[in-house]
Design a protein around this ligand. Structure first.
Ligand code: ADP
Ligand code: TRP
Length: 331
């Protein structure tokens, strides 16, 4: 059976973009593949969270993974820092990752532009750590969004380079993968671009948002003064709201409002109210489970410990073999 590895950085609550773009597919994949889903807390250190924030964020993502339906009996769900073998593989891979190629990575260049005061070595070698995450379980399938494709290419480069250096076919090639074949891009509420937690207040709807908050965010979403001609093309802000409706509402609701738009009879107040109610319905079961699971510290501890044991079984086997290939020997 093929192995799947995917992680989400522990930088806080999950939004609808994370859910529909990634986590929803994880839930389907766990029935068909040997899945490892982890919370990338080593990766989150590039932005220097406080110890309280670090732990709180890891816990939140763990709770929301479980609330979304990841089953610890089917998939291995673990916290990255519970598996020190990943850090060891990262060290080995760093020895044949070259400065030039790391500097050319798009995400590195974006980060340098956005935060010129915090260009640390961890940021530079982020793709090496990500390669270690994947290669530690010898995974071939990596469910991620389009923005991560270059990182996957680098993971293949580092794995292949290791294989060549030691004249060994040890690591298989991992590829970006989307379970449903088409990549989903969930738009945000601010009239442009995707939903994301770094896009500013009000852009993202979180799985844990209370109904009143969801209503407020949607009612405040950017729109315009309405169509003036029949079958007029939709501007981005309106298209985004329709795209969101297509994701969370029944098709008949989407078609109803699409018709009203095309005949210039749409009232954005009603449209947004419906969108908000359907988002509330789509997230309600998760919100309830989030609140329930969050209270159960014993369960969370059990899940994290069980996941760490399973992940370390696979990771320590790889590290044992990698050490042997590299030539470390016991005296
Ligand atoms: P963010 O962009 O909010 O910081 P992350 O970078 O932690 O989120 O992304 C975690 C996962 O969620 C990745 O696989 C990413 O592709 C997916 N993802 C994030 N935002 C969206 C979105 N708006 N639409 C689809 N997928 C998304
Ligand atoms: N870089 C990914 C992101 O920002 C998160 C991630 C870290 C990851 N390690 C991974 C994803 C390994 C898949 C596999 O979304």
């Amino acid at each position: 059976m093929e192995t799947v590895v995917s992680g989400i950085r522990s930088t806080g609550k999950l939004h609808l973009g994370n859910f529909y773009g990634a986590v929803k597919n994880f839930v389907q994949m766990q029935n068909e593949f040997n899945c490892y889903f982890f919370i990338a807390d080593f990766h989150s250190l590039t932005t220097h969270p406080t110890p309280e924030d670090l732990h709180g964020n890891v816990k939140q993502v763990l709770i929301e993974y479980l609330a979304a339906g990841i089953d610890p009996e089917k998939a291995t769900i673990y916290v990255q820092s519970d598996v020190p073998e990943i850090a060891e593989l990262y060290l080995y891979l760093n020895m044949n990752a070259y400065l030039g190629e790391l500097e050319r990575s798009t995400s590195f260049k974006d980060k340098v532009r956005a935060h010129p005061d915090n260009v640390n070595a961890g940021l530079l070698t982020y793709p090496v750590l990500m390669a270690a995450d994947i290669l530690i379980h010898k995974a071939t399938k990596v469910p991620v969004g389009k923005d991560q494709e270059q990182h996957l290419e680098m993971a293949r480069t580092f794995g292949n380079r290791f294989n060549r250096l030691y004249n060994n076919e040890y690591f298989p090639e991992p590829f970006a993968f989307n379970f449903t074949e088409k990549l989903v891009k969930v738009p945000g509420l601010d009239g442009k671009g995707k939903m994301g937690k770094s896009e500013g207040e009000g852009n993202a709807v979180y799985l844990s948002d209370e109904p009143e908050i969801i209503r407020k965010k949607v009612m405040r979403a950017v729109s315009d003064s309405g169509p003036t001609e029949e079958n007029q093309a939709k501007p981005e802000s309106i298209q985004n709201l329709f795209d969101l409706m297509k994701i969370v509402s029944p098709l008949s609701t989407y078609e109803h409002f699409d018709n009203l738009y095309n005949t210039c009879e749409i009232r954005y107040g009603d449209f947004k109210k419906q969108l908000a109610e359907d988002m509330i319905i789509a997230t309600a079961p998760m919100r309830e489970r989030i609140n329930e699971i969050a209270k159960d510290e014993t369960y969370l501890r059990q899940v994290a410990r069980f996941g760490a044991i399973k992940a370390r079984e696979s990771a320590s086997k790889t590290i044992r073999e990698v050490r042997e290939i590299i030539g470390f020997k016991n005296f």
